[in-house]
Ligand binder design. Sequence first.
Ligand SMILES: Cc1ncc(COP(=O)(O)O)c(C=O)c1O
Length: 342
Amino acid sequence: MKNIDWKNLTFGYNETDFNVRAYFRNESWGELEITSSKTVNLHMAATALHYGQEAFEGMKAYMGQDGQVRLFRWQENAERFQRSADGIMMAPVPQELFYKAITTVIRLNKEYIPPYGSGASLYIRPLLIGSGAEVGVKPTTEYLFLVFVTPVGPYFKEGFKPVSMGLFRGADRAAPLGTGHLKVGGNYAASLRSLNKAQTEGLASIIYLDAIEKKYIDECGPANFFGIKNNTYITPKSPSILPSITNKSLITLATEMGLKTERRPVSIDELDSFDEVGACGTAAVISPIGKIIDLDTDDVYNYAVDGKPGPISIKLYNKLQAIQTGDAEDKFGWIETVNLDQ
Ligand SMILES: Cc1ncc(COP(=O)(O)O)c(C=O)c1O
């Protein structure tokens, strides 16, 4: 194992030894290649550079107390990656190639898998880009699929502690019939102004509102939104949010804990009725939201009691983390262990 200060890792790029790549050319996928190069040699007219033909995924490998390395619902990421590719007219990566790529790159960089109990994990970043040269606006015929890994700590520096977020109507991340439901780079470019606004206000993130009425909650930064009241887990239904695998899993766990669950439009008028609210996603699992500030009206909504996360958020967080690291039984068939010696 590498000599890294695992406990103080942030959510950032930390170099590893190898990455894997495959090209789609002449209508078919080539062999997976292993490289230690950190750069991509790309044609200057590649569609990824000009027209945003780019999709990615974000997932993690977790080291268990038993020394086993676990993947969490990787098939869901593989399917979402295919939907993202299809949504912007790129060649989708077959599931078998996706699986071979992620397991190979984990194995090659096994010394970078953070130890059990460090709070860190190995982040896996699959990427698909249009690498073929075009000048007119059209999908290209050549694609590069690449996967790298990097050990990461918590997404928000606060860790599992309540953060503050803002409502802001000055920029939209995605439109209802746009690409908000896909994990494509353009959505993230469109979110940077909001992120900058959040940071200048000292907030962790902006909570995006629906682009038409600016009344319904979409999601929060790179995470879905949920609220809890009346023993019910409530999360927004919207065509412009990324379907989060963490959120889908929390819905199952909430049901198992005896909560009711609802996926429906969530109006900002409802914000003062929630007992707990949070953001959920692979990076942070759950980031409890302690305070929401409406940056346009100055309304403030408070949730954290004594600066602590709410009891249901704590239970959900602990349960999901325990399944991911292998501390709790995997009743739902979400886990696959990776053979590191193959
Ligand atoms: C915009 C956006 N929403 C939600 C999520 C959370 O999704 P998941 O739980 O699958 O990581 C992410 C991160 O992938 C994201 O980028």
